[in-house]
Design a protein around this ligand. Sequence first.
Ligand code: SF4
Ligand code: SF4
Length: 288
Amino acid sequence: MNQRYMSIDIAACHGCNICFMACKDEFVGNDWPGYTASQPRHGHRWLNIEYLERGQYSRNDVAYLPMPCQHCQDAHCMKAAPDAVTRRTDGIVVIDMKAAKGNKALVDSCPFGAIYWNEEENVAQKCTMCAHLLDDKDWKPGLPRCVHSCPTGSMKFYDMEPAEFAKLAKKEGFEGYRSAELKNAPRVVYKNLHRYTKNFIAAGVLVDGDCCENATVTLKSKKGVLATAKTNFFGDFKFDALENGEYTVDVVAAGIETSQTVVIDGASQNLGFIELASKTAKAEALAV
Ligand code: SF4
Ligand code: SF4
């Protein structure tokens, strides 16, 4: 049977918050009987957008991580309140507004902080993947509001067989956020997640003070060569998606070689400029 999934491409997300606003527009002040109560005006972020800055000026970047309920197959919230939190046949995890009344502990059951407490209604709430719209044949886009509103196409929605989605996930490199640690088998997955969870090493190469295009840079670890790259027009290179550890960066430019050790320990490394002097420049310096 078809299941519902979402993917979010971290490299394409600009953190514009339009998806967050679409969620507000759909749920604040709107009761959806059988699905969820109205979302309070303040305090709830059913589609929370976290962000992370990596590197140091001027080789730095920012990644945004839109974080709705992950609609986990192995859901911590379902274990905490099996009578109140259930999974629909299409895989969407929903909180029953009547059965969950007064159960404030549900908020802490989600390791992603995706559940919020509605004081007025005395109930816990979260993203429903817009199940009320997906069930409405008259809702022509056939998408959750966040996906429908995303201007960059970062968010995508799928209605397909698990085997078909597994194939797509492999092809696209989709990953669950913290899913290796939590073993939650999420239905919301991310592309280019390394932009949020891993680090990079970057630098510029200068030869005799000028940006050196096409220098060869090799990244090694104790296991051997991991990657090679050519510097761009500005003499810059970048190796991304790196785990914590010790690396060696070898640079060959204008017949000169240099090497340095770089340690990644939870932060990306901008090495600044790697400055080399050509043989001609060295000979001229000696002649002076
Ligand atoms: S992300 Fe949290 S609220 Fe959503 S299904 Fe998983 S455990 Fe439950
Ligand atoms: S609307 Fe799209 S680009 Fe904007 S924050 Fe949401 S996911 Fe990112």
